[in-house]
Ligand binder design. Structure first.
Ligand code: ATP
Ligand code: MG
Length: 335
């Protein structure tokens, strides 16, 4: 069902750059919103420190990786060194404390894949999820944020891709499509492999930041201010990159054999990772390697039905950017 072979951009897609940029700008959270998030984090920290003086809270996910659109939920990780209490008991205790202090809709989801407490802040109406000791997510948040500082086109591209994915309902990992995290990795990979490349591969460079989390060595170059001119010789703008991104996923990616890898800044063969067949519930129909948990395929949630939904959406997007006179409206049309 998928047409093969790349196609050349027929219209001058740059004509739409200013519209795409204004959509991007409308999605960026305001200063005011960011301040409210910070205030909420401070008040939560106070409550946590009262109960567990040595514990701390870290923001992660889109409110901290710089890929958060306005009015997103915020993700917080409680870092606590307590081997005697189970995660579930810590979350239940946390839920009690939050409820006593006036937070709304407090719910402890202790049996979820990533156990969390959900809450709503009564002052700003911000929804928030708190997990326990998910420190790998804090580190991958930093990696994404560092990439975003190298070239602003990454943030522009990723915001538009996330906006497209939400509008087209292909941003739901529990329904067999991809998480926001996976889409951002796809954008980073795309900008690493384009020619000339717009992003370097931070994990292949000399490490200036290194931590060991859950036995995994996470190391990369993080002096990203030094890399501000990295993508200078590539003059493509956001509309051309968006066209290239969808064209890549619609027509160029080899779904049968290849894995995209931000860790190496290149493509890896499925064979090399032993991702050629289904094991348990892990299918490898679209392969996106996690930069730190390298045995982890972020595409494993995609099944034999949703892969076609995804690929048809990539094709639809590519053909809209190819042919339409008003691609900006059509691309983001609600499903
Ligand atoms: P959104 O704006 O849609 O909320 P998000 O970046 O916060 O985007 P989530 O799906 O809420 O995306 O995930 C929150 C964070 O959890 C991610 O930024 C990432 O750090 C981590 N994360 C999510 N899914 C995975 C995964 N499958 N493996 C490892 N880390 C993950
Ligand atoms: Mg989130």
């Amino acid at each position: 069902r998928i047409r093969r072979g790349s196609i050349k951009c027929r219209y001058d897609i740059r004509r739409f750059s200013s519209v795409f940029l204004s959509i991007y700008n409308s999605l960026v959270p305001s200063e005011d919103e960011i301040n409210k998030q910070k205030q909420l984090l401070m008040s939560l920290k106070k409550l946590v420190k009262k109960e567990w003086p040595d514990a701390d809270l870290h923001l992660y996910g889109s409110c901290a990786n710089s890929f958060g659109v306005s009015n997103s939920d915020i993700d917080i990780c409680l870092a606590i060194d307590d081997s005697e209490t189970t995660k579930a008991d810590i979350l239940l205790r946390l839920a009690d404390i939050l409820q006593l202090n006036g937070f709304q809709n407090v719910q402890a989801l202790t049996r979820a894949r990533v156990p969390i407490v959900k809450l709503m802040d009564p002052v700003f109406s911000i929804s928030c999820d708190i997990c326990v000791n998910n420190l790998l997510a804090v580190v991958n948040t930093k990696l994404l944020r560092d990439y975003a500082q190298i070239d602003e086109r990454l943030r522009q591209l990723a915001f538009l891709v996330k906006h497209w994915a939400k509008s087209r309902e292909v941003n739901e990992a529990y329904q067999g499509t991809l998480s926001s995290y996976a889409y951002v990795l796809m954008c980073i990979h795309f900008l690493q492999q384009c020619k000339p490349s717009i992003l370097p591969c931070l994990q292949e460079m000399k490490a200036t930041y290194a931590v060991t989390v859950e036995g995994k060595n996470c190391a990369f170059f993080d002096k990203v201010k030094e890399l501000r001119n990295f993508g200078f010789s590539n003059k493509e703008d956001v509309s051309e990159l968006l066209w290239g991104f969808f064209n890549y996923w619609a027509y160029q990616h080899d779904y049968t054999n290849n894995v995209i890898s931000v860790r190496t800044g290149s493509i890896i063969r499925k064979h090399a990772k032993n991702w050629t067949k289904r094991i348990g519930n892990d299918r490898h129909l679209i392969c996106i390697e996690d930069p730190f948990e390298i045995s982890h395929d972020l595409g494993r949630v995609v099944d034999k039905y949703s892969i076609w939904i995804l690929r048809e959406e990539f094709e639809r997007a590519a053909s809209i950017l190819q042919d339409y006179r008003d691609p900006c409206t059509e691309l983001f049309k609600r499903y």
